[in-house]
Design a protein around this ligand. Structure first.
Ligand code: GRF
Length: 214
């Protein structure tokens, strides 16, 4: 796996922990960030994972940035690209190269509230439930085929922070789970639909509130 992250990297940490505990059999071969000071890079180093900063300022266009990133991942024979709070939109060519092999986690029940500030938008809209979505990445922003969703209630007293925390606790459970299903080839992508080959996967992908005991 190659993990792309721009920020603090708590989702990255959940993947590292899942690898170190043996829940995932795959390895993270590199963590790549477009932000030099991203704490995600520190987390990688601490766990002996190669941490790479790729400076967007060095690349005049998005296409050039994307192809530099692509080269890094290909050189390392990355099979699965996991976006974990990566704040740049990847271009169509990059996405094509890794079609069906790039995933992202988003802190809302897509297709509701794509893009930035998903938790704030959910609160402002007044939804009673929100959650998180792991999805394949396509050319759009948060539009790709949905793999797993998990639901949390939105409570009357919630602030953006309390809702984000409740969702984040669930993100840390469902992201490694989605990776496991992909790694074990227990799901198949047909058009924009994802089908699971076992009952556990079906249950996980359609989980109810706090499905994994969060
Ligand atoms: C998470 O909320 C994730 O859903 C979104 O970006 C945030 C990243 O947080 N895509 P972290 O850096 O993994 O802590």
């Amino acid at each position: 796996m190659g993990v792309l992250a721009s920020g603090r990297g708590t989702n990255l940490q959940s993947i590292i922990d899942a690898v170190e505990s043996g829940f995932l059999k795959e390895r993270i071969v590199a963590v790549v960030s477009d932000i030099a000071a991203a704490f995600a890079l520190e987390r990688a180093k601490k766990h002996g994972i190669e941490a790479i900063f790729i400076d967007p300022k060095k690349y005049p266009s998005r296409a050039e940035f994307d192809s530099a990133l692509l080269k890094i991942l290909k050189d390392k024979s990355v099979d699965l690209v996991c976006l974990a709070g990566f704040m740049r939109v990847l271009g169509a060519e990059f996405v094509r190269e890794f079609k069906g092999r790039i995933i992202n986690i988003h802190p809302a029940l897509l297709p509701a509230f794509p893009g930035l500030h998903a938790q704030k938008k959910a609160l402002e809209h007044g939804v009673k439930f929100s959650g998180c979505t792991v999805h394949f990445v396509d050319e759009g922003v948060d539009t790709g085929p949905i793999i797993i969703q998990a639901v949390v209630p939105v409570l009357d007293g919630d602030s953006e922070g309390t809702l984000a925390d409740r969702i984040l606790r669930l993100e840390h459970k469902v992201y490694p789970l989605a990776i496991k299903y992909i790694a074990e080839a227990k799901l198949r992508l047909e058009g924009r639909k994802v089908y699971f080959s076992d009952a556990a996967g079906i249950e996980a992908s359609t989980s109810a509130i706090n499905p994994m005991g969060a």
